[in-house]
Design a protein around this ligand. Structure first.
Ligand SMILES: [Zn+2]
Length: 127
């Protein structure tokens, strides 16, 4: 046959002369390497829900932690009658903020990775 481009790996008919990847076997004609192809199950609504729910939950926890820090520093009143901060107020404000910042950092990092960096649920291979 003339004028038909074929894959050098599996002889499958390519779409055009300048096709780069064979759609049947995954052979790359430019790098001359074979890409592994896998067949996976389509992600269902529940796969998405199970994958994204922890990220959404931890994003909300992060917002609550940020809000708690704002509350400690902006709204919490802990001065005695002389205008000096009480020691219990200082402990709650400082250590509460440190603990909330730690919780917010960890949960925010998880939420960012789950919702922004890697939002797709893991694929399950068909055997
Ligand atoms: Zn091929």
């Amino acid at each position: 046959m003339e004028g038909v481009a074929r894959c050098p790996q599996c002889a499958f008919e390519l779409d055009s002369e300048d096709s780069v990847i064979c759609l049947k076997c995954g052979y790359n004609l430019q790098t001359r390497t074979r890409t592994q192809t896998v067949v996976v199950f389509e992600s269902s609504f529940w796969d998405w829900a199970k994958w994204l729910a922890p990220g959404i939950f931890f994003a909300l926890v992060t917002l609550v932690a940020i809000g708690t820090i704002c509350y400690f520093w902006l709204a919490l009143q802990g001065w005695d009658e002389n205008g000096k901060p009480t020691w219990i107020f200082a402990i709650v404000q400082v250590w509460g903020s440190v603990i909330c910042a730690g919780i917010g950092w960890r949960t925010g990092k998880f939420a960012y990775h789950r919702l922004v960096v890697n939002p797709h649920p893991p694929e399950q291979l068909k055997r």
